[in-house]
Design a protein around this ligand. Structure first.
Ligand code: GKR
Ligand code: MG
Length: 420
């Protein structure tokens, strides 16, 4: 069967995003993503989704130009061509909430959407779901967690959104109730690093009181020093299934891990293959959050899973603001990853039903059925893509900048890394 790439399209899009708070500031009114389409001589078109920041978009466009003529089954060839197009570039994506950048990580990030699109095309051509191409489903349903954020009621000057404000424990519990009623999630993650640690511990206690059985996680995105992290770990003993990125760096995490009773998780200090050896040697992390968008695609994420299994490290999955192509890719990957023991993160509830696919996967009891139809099992909404591309052109945002946006309202604001 021939599956040669005949054309690659890269389309940046924008869609509304609520004012979610984090250590870097606050989400802007528009979130950016990029949709890639890989056309083949067999007539099938595979789709993928990635970040929308300008430097990354430039690299994806550069890489796309070199992919025509490649066999969509040749994923090693894809990586080689992307690496050649990226060259020595080292560009960060977004806010730095997914760890430091490097040339290897830049290549991995650019490969990812094209690899997903090639796997989608392969699945469509072979009439098999992507999970089959990754080794086959070990589960039919994939569980996700309720991802809570402190947030404002509205973007300044705009109408309140459907979620309302969440600026204290009562607001967080109300948000959890609303999200769990709508989606049925059974695990809960709170994005911290926004208020002083005692306020965030109080929110965790309030969640525990309200949701007796739900596993809880807290993620301040490195907002605390090692000493503060040790104290928070002590005070949340018995409350958390894991504590995510309390403090920056492998050394800092290692210091905290020595006394913390719960595993420490990360999507900030182990974010590329060359970080793993040091993290293992220093016993810095108990759980790695994989993310195919920056680990280099679905197959690279499966390699990460094997390494975690080898070293007895737990595996969870990270998310950034995303749409339905990424959600489908995450679901196929999780379905085919035996040692993914934790419910996955997703930002889906925050997108208010806006999507770039006509048939988004839908949550039932906090989980998604793994698609069994060919490819990713979702279809690009071409009218939606056009509309969202126009929104991208009109919104004026070209890179995510949570800190710059926050400074419009709090001029002295600085990112709170290790500030408590
Ligand atoms: O959406 O503000 C956000 C999150 O803070 C995100 O950017 C992080 O990368 O979800 C992420 C995390 O787990 O660190
Ligand atoms: Mg995190």
């Amino acid at each position: 069967m021939s599956l040669l790439i005949t054309q690659v399209t890269v389309t940046p899009i924008a869609f509304p995003d609520p004012p979610l708070l984090n250590v870097a500031g606050v989400h802007q009114p528009w979130a950016l993503r990029t949709i890639v389409e890989v056309r083949t001589d067999a007539g099938v078109v595979g789709i993928g989704e990635s970040y929308g920041d300008q430097p990354h978009l430039d690299l994806m466009n550069r890489a796309a130009a070199g992919l025509v003529g490649l066999d969509a089954f040749d994923l090693n060839g894809l990586r080689a061509r992307v690496a050649e197009a990226v060259g020595a570039e080292d560009t960060p994506a977004g806010t730095g909430l997914i760890g430091a950048s490097s040339n290897q990580k830049t290549i991995a990030r650019v490969v990812s959407p094209f690899e997903v699109a090639c796997l989608d095309a392969q699945g469509l051509a072979l009439e098999r779901p992507v999970s089959d191409l990754l080794g086959g489903r070990v589960r039919d349903r994939v569980s996700f967690s309720a991802y809570l954020f402190y947030k404002w009621a509205a973007h300044p000057g705009a109408e309140p959104d459907e979620w309302g404000p969440a600026l204290d424990p009562a607001g967080i519990v109300a948000q959890a109730r609303q999200m769990i009623d709508a989606y049925g999630f059974e695990s809960i993650k709170l994005k911290g690093g926004v208020f002083e640690p005692d306020a965030e511990i109080a929110a965790i206690r309030a969640l525990r009181e309200e949701f007796g059985d739900h596993p809880l996680r807290l993620d301040p995105n490195c907002g605390w020093t090692p000493a503060t992290s040790i104290r928070v770990a002590e005070e949340t003993t018995g409350l958390l299934e894991y504590l995510e990125d309390p403090t920056p760096g492998i050394d800092g995490m290692s210091e905290v891990a020595q006394s913390a009773s719960m595993p420490l998780a990360t999507n900030m200090c182990v974010v590329a293959f060359d970080h793993i050896a040091e993290a293992v040697a220093k016993r810095a992390v108990g759980v790695i959050l994989s993310d195919h968008h920056y680990w280099g695609g679905l197959r690279a994420s499966a390699e990460l899973a094997a390494i975690c299994r080898t070293f007895g490290i737990g595996l969870s999955m990270h998310s950034n603001t995303h749409l339905g192509i990424s959600l489908a890719a995450m679901t196929h990957l999780a379905a085919a990853t035996p040692n993914l023991e934790y419910a996955l993160d997703t930002h889906t509830p925050w997108q208010g039903g806006v999507d770039v696919v006509t048939d988004p996967l839908t949550f039932r009891n906090g989980a998604l059925d793994v698609p069994t139809t060919p490819g990713l099992g979702v279809t690009l909404d071409r009218d939606g893509l056009e509309r969202m591309h126009r929104d991208y052109l009109d919104c004026g945002i070209r890179s995510r900048d949570d800190t710059g946006y926050m400074r419009q309202f709090e001029p002295g604001f600085t990112r709170r890394t290790a500030s408590w």
